[in-house]
Design a protein around this ligand. Structure first.
Ligand code: AMP
Length: 292
């Protein structure tokens, strides 16, 4: 994509350059928002940038495919990398700076420090299905927060468990930043936007939205009084029928603690991770009992 000069956003790759630019903004009394991403940006990411821009004067977007959050058999090498397009989209959605470090900048030679959030928030869902994933996420996000020292950082509810892990970490380490969640941005047919959707073939894509539709239906059924386990069994059968592959998890959990729930007696979320072909899709949605 050709970028006209007017549309170019400033890109920095080193921590020194990043800090220098942010120090200038701070000297002018400006506030700073951070949106960490792995790039291959889409409208979901852009909705976070717009939200950040409403909350801070300057928005930093980090673009870094973080090796430590991928398992050995996962898609680190295949993960899409599109920095030039990303810069254009970041600029279009109101960001002021893209921070695109190399692996050596984020993990300097001899690097030996990890941030490990433990306990019930990580011992479920993606924490079980992807061992070590949240250690990688917490490590890279803590580094980014310390590098940028933003007033506010935005994370999508698309990765709801990640948002909870980061809130826990920021509280425990007393990192002085406000963490804000952002709602899931979906295609018109319901599929949650994800950089990994690019892996889907046309026929897989045509059915992928049924994950959201069946979760939504199960949520309605639970609200209508259906037993939670029956609703989850129905979704599992639907997914098999529709050609989905392995189900990593399909569960109703407490929206705050992520404790598993077998009946709807407090605000909950339905969580699913399921394969469509080789692509692992995750999604979640709130299920909130109506006030009596
Ligand atoms: P990623 O690049 O996948 O690491 O995502 C970067 C940030 O964007 C994370 O906070 C994600 O939760 C968020 N995000 C990704 N997809 C969506 C979406 N469809 N709606 C809202 N936020 C999203």
């Amino acid at each position: 994509m050709g970028l006209s000069a007017a549309r170019k956003i400033e890109v920095v790759t080193t921590v020194a350059e990043l800090r220098a630019r942010i120090a200038e903004w701070r000297a002018e009394g400006l506030t700073v928002g951070l949106v960490p991403t792995m790039g291959a940006l889409h409208e979901g990411h852009m909705s976070l940038f717009r939200q950040a821009k409403m909350m801070a004067d300057k928005v930093v977007v980090s673009v870094f495919v973080n090796p430590t959050q991928f398992g050995p058999n996962e898609d680190f090498d295949a993960y899409p990398r599109k920095l030039e397009e990303d810069c254009f989209k970041a600029k279009m959605a109101g960001a002021s700076l893209v921070f695109a470090p190399a692996v050596e900048d984020m993990y300097p030679k001899g690097n030996a420090t990890l941030v490990d959030v433990t306990g019930p928030i990580v011992d479920c869902l993606c924490g079980l299905a992807r061992p070590g994933h949240f250690r990688g996420v917490a490590t890279v996000v803590s580094k980014l927060l310390l590098m940028v020292l933003p007033d506010v950082a935005i994370f999508g509810e698309k990765d709801y468990q990640q948002l909870m892990v980061i809130r826990r970490m920021v509280t425990d380490l007393a990192i002085p930043v406000r963490i804000e969640g952002a709602p899931i941005h979906r295609e018109v047919d319901g599929l949650a936007l994800s950089s990994r959707n690019a892996y889907l073939s046309d026929s897989e894509r045509a059915n992928a939205n049924r994950l959201y539709k069946s979760l939504w239906q199960a949520g309605q059924d639970i609200l209508g009084g259906k037993r939670v386990q029956d609703a989850l069994d129905w979704v599992a059968d639907e997914l098999v029928r529709l050609g989905f592959g392995r189900i990593d998890y399909l569960e109703l959990r407490d929206a705050e603690t992520l404790a598993e729930m077998d009946r709807l007696d407090r605000p909950a979320r339905l969580f699913a991770a399921v394969f469509m072909g080789k692509t692992r899709l995750i999604d979640n949605l709130p299920v909130e009992p109506r006030p009596q």
